[in-house]
Design a protein around this ligand. Structure first.
Ligand SMILES: NC(=O)c1ccc[n+]([C@@H]2O[C@H](COP(=O)([O-])OP(=O)(O)OC[C@H]3O[C@@H](n4cnc5c(N)ncnc54)[C@H](OP(=O)(O)O)[C@@H]3O)[C@@H](O)[C@H]2O)c1
Length: 249
């Protein structure tokens, strides 16, 4: 028996890295999973990889009409949402003197606006007692150079989870933030200009982790699974780090 048998899950940014690993794990645990992403080809490849019990919906989390279409797809299938993993997002390096309006807008649109309206528009579709999981980052609690805008966007997400845990407690809905440290994903590899740069970046990132390595997307998926189930029935409003100790010791 799976830990999510019969459950309906929405995972934004479910086509790559952490979101994809979580979608794979959740379907293995018996859930039906809706995944989103902006790129159609990547979305289709992810759905094929997951194999079954998945509905891909091409959607930009920062586009409110896309979010309406996502939740209409869920409702039209007769589903109500047990678990919402608002995971879509990302960032790029930009030291303060190189931050552009475009960098600010794209980071805050995907990470902050996207998370806000992903959760707001899900409200009528969430079951009472649902689990809402947001994706923060260790960057939200640190001062890593060149990650100022990204870090601020993730600090906003952590703040959202405090407020929403309060606002939604009457419905028994739990809201928590997962904050990963460096995790090996296409998103992180894409921060470097080429494979040589990516290798150097992975070495640098592993060097800040007491466990001496980067994390795997499956290790974040394991935490998401815990928060998704009744194992976490008394946990809300919190931030849980999955960072190999990077910002803990
Ligand atoms: N990997 C890490 O080290 C790390 C550490 C801390 C936090 N995080 C956070 O974890 C989350 C996942 O990151 P990842 O490393 O797994 O990155 P990834 O491999 O680049 O995956 C990101 C996913 O989000 C989607 N996405 C991005 N912006 C979107 C938008 N506006 N609307 C809909 N989908 C969008 C991407 O698909 P499309 O590009 O096709 O839209 C993709 O499916 C992000 O929120 C990231 O900030 C990652």
């Amino acid at each position: 028996m799976g830990q999510l048998d019969g459950k309906t899950v929405v995972i934004t940014g479910g086509t790559s890295g952490i979101g994809l690993a979580t979608a794979q794990r959740f379907t293995q645990e018996g859930a039906h999973v809706y995944i989103t992403g902006r790129r159609k080809e990547t979305l289709d490849q992810a759905a094929e990889l997951i194999g079954g019990n998945v509905t891909p919906v091409q959607a930009d989390s920062a586009n409110l009409a896309d979010l309406d279409r996502l939740y209409a797809t869920v409702a039209d299938a007769g589903h109500r949402i047990d678990v919402l993993f608002a995971n879509a997002g990302g960032g790029e390096f930009a030291p303060l003197d190189q931050v552009t309006e475009e960098h600010y807008d794209s980071t805050f649109d995907s990470n902050v606006k996207g998370t806000l309206f992903t959760v707001q528009k899900a409200l009528p579709h969430l079951v009472d007692g649902a689990s809402v999981i947001l994706t923060g980052s260790i960057a939200g609690v640190s001062g890593d150079p060149a990650f100022g805008v990204y870090g601020a966007s993730k600090a906003a997400i952590r703040s959202f989870s405090r407020t929403w845990a309060n606002e939604l407690s009457g419905r028994g809905i739990r809201v928590n933030t997962i904050s990963p440290g460096p995790i090996t994903t296409p998103g992180v590899n894409g921060l470097a200009a080429d494979e040589e740069g990516a290798e150097q970046l992975r070495k640098t990132l592993a060097g800040i982790v007491p466990l001496g390595r980067m994390g795997q997307p499956e290790e974040v998926a394991a935490l998401a699974l815990f928060l998704a189930t009744d194992q976490a029935s008394f946990i809300t409003g919190t931030e849980i780090f999955v960072d190999g100790g990077a910002k803990q010791v």
